[in-house]
Design a protein around this ligand. Structure first.
Ligand code: SF4
Ligand code: FES
Length: 339
């Protein structure tokens, strides 16, 4: 075990744990944002630099600070390490610079983007970005392409996090897409417009942190915050069958995997569950999904922390009032002066 202190909070973690995962074990606002790291995808991380932190003490044995910010998703902790994240003004400034870089080519088309409301870049820009851009040159643009009949690639929005490539590599039998070219002409592409056609390919949509890969069966159907997420399951031979249904009224508009509080998929789901079963009768409904990510999806919803507490409070208040009225009625009925 090794001891690490992150923003003044100390925790003991197994050797080999990354700073990011140690921070996640502590939890709360000291956890660095992560746009490319994904727990369930091997070798992910190290591309986006949003998770940078300052190591002000390397270890007990060698207390020298690290000379420059390090990506917390890749840097493993050493016994006695001291890390600064939100307590370091330099890191906050550097992260704002990373956000500025990520947004250089990312179009601000949130009003028409299906990912709005569950976009990690939107959250990142809001929490760590600046009000204005200094960029005045032409942004790179790509034609939208279909990769398979269910997935739309809008490359202009891609931040090259490589998560979808790792999904294809690690979850599907034959990868037919990847990052071609390098530098500012790098792009996600299929080999000569091959269709990404295998039973787990839909998971690319879920891991994409922005709106670059979207579900064609859901595109433009609804803003996500108008839908209500519900956890459900079915017996499936290919995957766990544990999903999240997104309802608008009586209709399930889309099916996704369930995500944890860091926006990562809990269990991968197959394309049959995702695309072919949108009827309520196909599923056993478990109940409203717990959305504790601080996104707009949780706004106005019935289940989330404060809303649920407020609802319970209201119901308790109304019940008390009703009981009070009952008592008054009974007292009134028993009062001889009223007879
Ligand atoms: S398409 Fe999405 S998941 Fe794939 S590299 Fe681009 S941003 Fe990442
Ligand atoms: S999350 Fe660490 S570099 Fe992207």
């Amino acid at each position: 075990m090794a001891k690490v202190t992150i923003d003044g909070k100390t925790i003991e973690v197994p050797e080999g744990t990354t700073i990011l995962n140690a921070a996640r074990m502590i939890g709360g606002e000291i956890v660095p944002p992560a746009m490319c790291y994904y727990t369930k995808l091997e070798t992910s991380g190290g591309y986006c630099r949003t998770c940078i932190v300052k190591v002000s003490k390397g270890s007990e044995k060698d207390p020298r600070p690290m000379p420059k910010p390090v990506p917390s998703c890749r840097q493993t902790i050493m016994d006695g390490m001291v890390v600064e994240n939100i307590t370091s003004p330099e890191i906050l400034e550097a992260r704002a610079g990373v956000v500025e870089f990520l947004l250089i080519n990312h179009p601000l088309d949130c009003p028409i983007c299906d990912q709005a409301g569950e976009c990690s870049l939107q959250d990142l820009g809001y929490e760590h970005g600046k009000m204005k851009t200094r960029y005045e040159f032409k942004r790179r643009e790509f034609e939208k392409i279909d990769i398979g009949d269910k997935i739309k690639l809008h490359m202009t929005r891609c931040i090259l996090c490589y998560r979808c490539v790792k999904v294809a590599e690690q979850l599907t039998p034959g990868r037919v897409h990847g990052v071609v070219n390098r530098g500012d002409v790098a792009e996600i592409s299929t080999y000569i417009q091959h269709a990404v056609d295998n039973e787990m390919s839909g998971n690319m949509i879920d891991v994409c942190p922005v709106g670059a890969l979207t579900d064609k069966t859901f595109r433009f159907k609804s803003r996500v915050w108008f839908t209500k997420p519900v956890d459900a399951h079915r017996k499936c031979d290919t995957c766990s069958g544990k999903v999240r249904l997104w309802y608008k009224g009586e209709e399930a508009l889309r099916v996704t995997a369930r995500k944890d509080k860091y926006g990562e998929v809990e269990e991968w789901i197959c394309n049959e569950c995702r695309f072919d079963h949108k009827k309520t009768s196909d599923w056993t409904i478990e109940g409203p999904s717990h959305i504790d990510h601080h996104s707009v999806i949780s706004a106005n919803h019935y289940e989330t922390g404060n809303a649920l507490a407020a609802l319970k409070h209201d119901i308790a208040k109304q019940q008390k009032q009703l009981e009070g009225n009952d008592m008054k009625l009974k007292e009134g009925a028993m009062n001889p002066n009223n007879q």
